[in-house]
Design a protein around this ligand. Structure first.
Ligand SMILES: NC(=O)c1ccc[n+]([C@@H]2O[C@H](COP(=O)([O-])OP(=O)(O)OC[C@H]3O[C@@H](n4cnc5c(N)ncnc54)[C@H](O)[C@@H]3O)[C@@H](O)[C@H]2O)c1
Length: 276
């Protein structure tokens, strides 16, 4: 798609990948509406790029509707909606109910609710573009973080369903699936995140470059770490072998965590299928 003069909305645009996309899109001539739960960073990014700030919760039905209404009033029409806000909740089934609920709400239901608010207008116009920031965790897994892995798989499934259902009616859906990106989320991701993703992490600006290339290319998956395509294929071709490799990594992380002596070098070459 053409970014010049496009009306763009970015959720979670106050920091990290969303802020880098906002800056990059604005530099390419897009008219950008920045959303973030954190009003201060939302306003700061919007004012830096000459965009429009709409702080608020992009995961609730009322929050999304308010964002879409404000963006339409400002832009005229929304050409590209980037469902980028996400939360990186750790743990397994023992993680608190509230953490699981938050992961579902922000990582999955925010996308469903945004689509519900956007589709009627997009289907009338016969065009619209939805970019879901998923994660390579949606194609593979994230060791140490069941809520994140499960909800990112959900986000990918929803994006795929949307693309299959609406592409013939002019609505394009793409899924951005990076591994480690050096943002506050990666910083907060604990031993597994740092050991497995740190060494091959990219900057938010590199992720934004991959998004611009991916929007021009139009393919469903946007993979800022191209090696993820190989991991995804290996997982599909031989799930048991792939799980065997992942179990080795899990044992390594368990050992590192138990002895509390992280050493990034042990993990640098072993990111076969773990992703933030
Ligand atoms: N950093 C990584 O390694 C990585 C890798 C793959 C995918 N991702 C995904 O990229 C997206 C952006 O993450 P990031 O790394 O830039 O993290 P980040 O923490 O730097 O930024 C996320 C932003 O989203 C905002 N946010 C959270 N919940 C919100 C809500 N309900 N409504 C509006 N804003 C909300 C936060 O305030 C924050 O500013 C997420 O979906 C994340 O899962 C990140």
């Amino acid at each position: 798609m053409q970014l010049h003069d496009a009306g763009v909305v970015i959720t979670g645009g106050g920091n990290g990948i969303g802020a880098a996309m906002a800056r990059r899109f604005a530099a390419l001539g897009a008219r950008v509406v920045v959303n973030d739960l954190h009003a201060g960073s939302c306003d700061a990014v919007a004012s830096e790029i000459g965009g429009f700030s709409v702080p608020g919760d992009a995961a609730t039905a009322t929050g999304i509707q308010a964002l879409v209404d404000a963006a339409r009033a400002h832009l005229g029409a929304i050409d590209l909606f980037c469902a980028n806000a996400g939360v990186g909740t750790g743990g397994g089934p023992e993680a608190p109910e509230d953490d699981w609920d938050l992961a579902w709400r922000v990582n999955v239901m925010a996308h469903v609710r945004a689509a519900r608010a956007l589709l009627p207008d997009w289907l009338d116009r016969g065009r619209g573009h939805f970019l879901a920031t998923v994660s390579a965790a949606g194609l593979l897994t994230m060791l140490g973080s069941a809520p994140y892995s499960v909800t990112k798989h959900g986000a990918l499934a929803f994006a795929e369903w949307m693309q299959i259902t609406y592409a013939d009616r002019g609505v394009t859906v793409q899924a951005l699936c990076p591994q480690g990106v050096r943002t506050a989320m990666l910083e907060a991701s604990g031993t597994a995140g740092k050991l497995l993703l740190g060494a091959e992490s990219i900057s938010p600006e590199q992720a934004a470059d991959a998004v611009v290339a991916g929007l021009a290319d139009g393919g469903f998956l946007i993979l800022p770490h191209p090696e993820v395509a190989g991991y995804y294929a290996a997982r599909a071709a031989d799930p048991d072998r792939w799980q065997g490799q992942m179990r080795k990594l899990q044992r390594m992380i368990s050992a590192e965590t138990a002895t509390d002596r992280p050493s990034a070098s042990t993990a640098a070459t072993h990111t076969e299928g773990t992703a933030r």
